[in-house]
Design a protein around this ligand. Structure first.
Ligand code: CTP
Length: 493
């Protein structure tokens, strides 16, 4: 029915449809199905429960941080009485679990991917089902697990073809020697191999096998072929094998390593694709004793918003965060620290980066010697805390002789003489730009959702209107994109 509809369209509409389908990575027929289903469900929604709520409207792909309702498969029947948001914006991974002892780690991998806001669909090979059950994988995925090339219950109209394409990335974990050989040879005699042959999406394999199998010439040949075909490989690692007394290269990469390898492959290209951005965020806390610490009122909202906006623009983001009450933004590496010295160490480890943005409210001082045990009250005697200065992270990175980021951006949290103090910080800290804000209590900026920024640079001062911290973040990212587009050496906004 869908192909009849396409044929009857005029050429201009067909061209638009082709473009839309290509943008979404679907066939024209699939695109028509999506459009028809959206229209039908919306009509049903209006008939049954009134006009649509604008808040339900789908947003642009791909980096969406908040958990979203489950994806409604294109081939599934819509439930008219409970209309759902049709376009699930989450990045999608199809996880193929091969038959090896490491399959149990794939259950953890499902969780880890979901923690990053990624929708996971799962295929178990026949061999994988000796190690884990479709029930366990299905319970974690929250949907039917696919096991059979000719499954009559599959909601996918052309089975493996739809499974192969209705995803952003295929992850094979564990990738057994057999599954690697089949993929390298183009076999398609079960669901997993047929999907791997039929896909036009990137493939990431996490090999896991006995060290002798990994070292075998045949495996080496297959690996070389897979790499030449564009398959990405993560691991294997060295370690103990399932077989008693055996150790060597062949352990599957840990789930977090696989997630780290998968994330860049899920990112849609944006103006910061290929750029690495470091962001510090939140307060630091400096221990006094095991139960007390020196802290400040920073919420981390502005730094986290900047990291999110940079990731949405395609950057490879490292967010170094002090203790905050915010969820980890998905699609980036989040490193959690407590003290200023830990934050500096993490920032130096994250180098080289193209851009470094220091939004953290770093404690200027720490106690010289935190007590190992809780300091007890002594009648009439308040303890005296000796404070020593913390390293200045922004200044340390900005003054590096080698490996200085091309663009170094700091903040100036001020309560008086905002601009003059920001200009002094720009010079003293060696920053390219300073985003100055007035953090006096009456502004509500510390911990609040909006901010009023003055961008201070060698070129002058630019006053931004009051706006949400998310808007500040997007505006800053746009500035960064413009800046990186200029020949290096210039830092004028
Ligand atoms: N900063 C830093 N390391 C520190 C202190 C500050 O990286 N130890 C960074 C902040 O992340 C911010 C900039 O320096 O980007 C300015 O921080 P701010 O708190 O405004 O100023 P301070 O340098 O702490 O100076 P003062 O408290 O005297 O205003």
């Amino acid at each position: 029915m869908a192909s009849l509809t396409v044929r009857q369209l005029d050429d201009k509409l067909k061209r638009l449809l082709r473009l839309r389908a290509a943008r979404h990575g679907r066939s024209m027929e699939d695109e028509v199905r999506v459009i028809l289903r959206q229209a039908a469900t919306e009509t049903a929604r209006e008939d049954l429960i009134g006009p649509p709520n604008p808040a339900d409207e789908p947003q642009a792909r791909p980096q969406v941080s908040a958990p979203t309702p489950p994806r409604q498969d294109v081939g599934a029947q819509p439930e008219l009485r409970r209309p759902q948001v049709i376009a699930d914006q989450r990045p999608r991974v199809l996880l193929i679990v091969g038959g090896g002892i490491a399959a149990y780690k794939s259950l953890d991998l499902i969780r880890r991917l979901q923690d990053r806001g990624i929708h996971v669909r799962c295929i178990l090979t026949a061999a994988a089902q000796h190690f884990i059950t479709p029930l366990a994988a299905g319970a974690l995925c929250g949907e039917h697990v696919h096991t059979d090339l000719f499954d009559p219950r599959s909601e996918f109209d052309v089975g493996h073809i739809r499974l192969a394409r209705d995803t952003d990335l295929i992850v094979v974990a564990p990738a057994t020697a057999d599954l690697m050989a089949k993929t390298a040879g183009g076999h398609a005699d079960d669901l997993a191999s047929a999907v791997l042959l039929a896909t036009n999406r990137p493939i990431l394999m996490a090999p896991a096998m006995n060290p002798l199998m990994w070292a075998a010439r045949a495996t080496k040949r297959n690996l070389a072929q897979l790499i030449a075909d564009g398959v990405r490989i993560v691991g294997p690692n060295t370690g103990e094998m399932a077989e008693r007394g055996e150790a060597g290269l062949g352990r599957m990469a840990e789930p977090l390593e696989i997630v780290t390898a998968a994330e860049p492959l899920l990112r849609a290209p944006g103006p910061l694709t290929g750029r690495r951005v470091l962001v510090t965020s939140g307060p630091t806390s400096e221990p006094i004793d095991p139960v007390r610490f020196i802290a400040n009122r920073s919420s981390g909202k502005q730094g986290h918003a900047i990291a999110t906006a940079a990731a949405a623009a395609g950057a490879d983001v490292v967010l170094i965060s002090g203790p905050v009450n915010l969820p980890d933004p998905p699609g980036m590496t989040v490193i959690k620290v407590e003290t200023a010295r830990q934050m500096l160490e993490a920032a130096e480890k994250a180098l080289p980066v193209d851009v470094a943005i220091f939004a953290a409210a770093v404690a200027d001082w720490r106690t010289e010697r935190p007590s190992d045990s809780k300091i007890k009250k002594q009648q009439g005697q308040a303890p005296v805390l000796k404070l020593v200065e913390n390293p200045d992270i922004l200044s340390t990175i900005a003054h590096r002789k080698s490996g200085r980021p091309r663009l170094v951006i700091g903040f100036a949290a001020e309560t008086d003489d905002v601009i003059a103090n920001a200009q002094a910080k720009l010079a003293k800290k060696g920053s390219d730009w300073i985003l100055a804000n007035d953090v006096s209590p009456e502004t509500g900026i510390m911990g609040g959702d909006s901010n009023t920024i003055h961008l201070v640079s060698a070129a002058g001062i630019e006053d931004w209107p009051p706006q949400t911290k998310d808007d500040v973040a997007r505006r800053l990212v746009q500035r960064i994109v413009n800046e990186l587009g200029k020949p290096s050496g210039s830092s004028k906004p």
